[in-house]
Ligand binder design. Structure first.
Ligand SMILES: Nc1ncnc2c1ncn2[C@@H]1O[C@H](COP(=O)(O)OP(=O)(O)OP(=O)(O)O)[C@@H](O)[C@H]1O
Length: 234
C-alpha cells in the first residue's frame, strides 16, 4: 500500500473544476515530483491534499485512511507537512515565533524538533529573534520548510521551493530537499525547475490541463523525447 494515494481526483475551487481524474501515488520514503506547464493544476493537487482546494470526486488515501475533504488542521494532525509556494512565513513574526506556529496543532512546541530544525538550518539558529521578513529569500524558504518540519511529518509537500530564489541558491535548496529525504521524510514536490527536479527525484509525474500526461522514473522522463519536446524545452 502506498503512503499517499490519490485516485481519480477531480478538484478545483468552488464550482470551478481544475483537475480531472488525476492519479498520483507516493510510497514511504520516496521522492516524487510533479512538473508541467503553468496552470496545469500542480499546486491544486497539493492544495486538495491539504484541504485548501475543493475535492469534487475521487479519493485521497493517506496510510489507508480517506483524507479527502478534511480541514487543513486535521490534515496537519495526520503529520502531513505542507510548504506553500508563497506567503509561507509570517513576515512580522520572528524566526522563533514562526517555528512555534509551525507546531500549532500540537499541544506543546516540541523542543527537540525545534533543535533539529535549527541544526538542519544553522542560518536560522543564528537569528531566532529576527523578523522573518528581514531574512533573505533563501532563508525564508528554509524557515518555511522548518515550520513544516516542526510537525515531524512523514511526508512533506513542497510547492515550488525554488520559486523566486537567486540562481546560485537553487542548487542549495535542492540539496536541502535531498537531505530531508535522505533522513527518511517522504517528499512530494511541485517544481517549475523541471529538469533539475526530475534529475533529483525517484519518480515524476507530468500534468497538463488538469490531467496526468506522463509518469515514470525521473531519469526516464528526462530521457523521453516526447516529454523533452513537449515539456522540457527540447
Ligand atoms: N484560488 C483559486 N481560485 C480560482 N482558480 C484558481 C485558484 N488557484 C488556482 N486557480 C486556477 O486553477 C488552475 C490551475 O492552477 P495551479 O496553480 O494549480 O496550476 P500550476 O500547475 O501549479 O501552475 P503554476 O506553475 O503557474 O503555479 C489555473 O487556471 C488557475 O488560474
Amino acid at each position: 500500500m502506498s503512503l499517499l494515494e490519490v485516485v481519480d481526483l477531480d478538484a478545483g475551487y468552488g464550482d470551478l473544476q481544475v483537475l480531472s481524474g488525476v492519479d498520483i501515488h507516493v510510497d514511504d520514503g520516496e521522492y516524487v515530483t510533479i512538473v508541467g506547464p503553468n496552470g496545469a493544476g500542480k499546486s491544486t493537487v497539493m492544495k486538495t491534499i491539504v484541504g485548501i482546494a475543493t475535492c469534487l470526486g475521487g479519493s485521497i488515501e493517506y496510510r489507508g485512511t480517506d483524507i479527502a475533504g478534511m480541514a487543513p488542521e486535521e490534515v496537519a494532525h495526520e503529520r502531513i507537512g505542507y510548504v506553500p509556494q508563497s506567503d509561507n512565513v509570517f513576515p512580522t513574526l520572528t524566526v522563533e515565533e514562526n517555528l512555534r506556529l509551525g507546531a500549532y496543532v500540537l499541544d506543546e512546541v516540541p523542543q527537540d524538533r525545534k533543535r533539529e530544525v535549527y541544526d538542519r538550518f544553522p542560518a536560522l539558529a543564528d537569528r531566532p529573534g529576527e523578523d522573518a521578513g528581514s531574512l533573505s529569500g533563501g532563508q525564508q524558504q528554509m524557515l518555511a520548510m522548518g515550520c513544516a518540519l516542526m510537525l515531524d511529518p512523514d511526508v512533506l509537500l513542497l510547492d515550488e521551493p525554488s520559486a523566486g530564489l537567486a540562481p546560485d541558491l537553487v542548487d542549495d535548496m535542492f540539496d536541502r530537499v535531498d537531505e530531508i529525504n535522505d533522513a527518511g521524510t517522504t517528499i512530494l514536490m511541485v517544481e517549475q525547475n523541471a529538469k533539475e527536479a526530475l534529475r533529483r527525484c525517484d519518480r515524476g509525474y507530468v500534468l497538463a490541463n488538469g490531467q496526468n500526461r506522463y509518469e515514470d522514473d525521473g531519469d526516464a522522463l528526462l530521457d523521453d523525447e516526447e516529454v523533452r519536446r513537449e515539456f522540457l524545452g527540447g
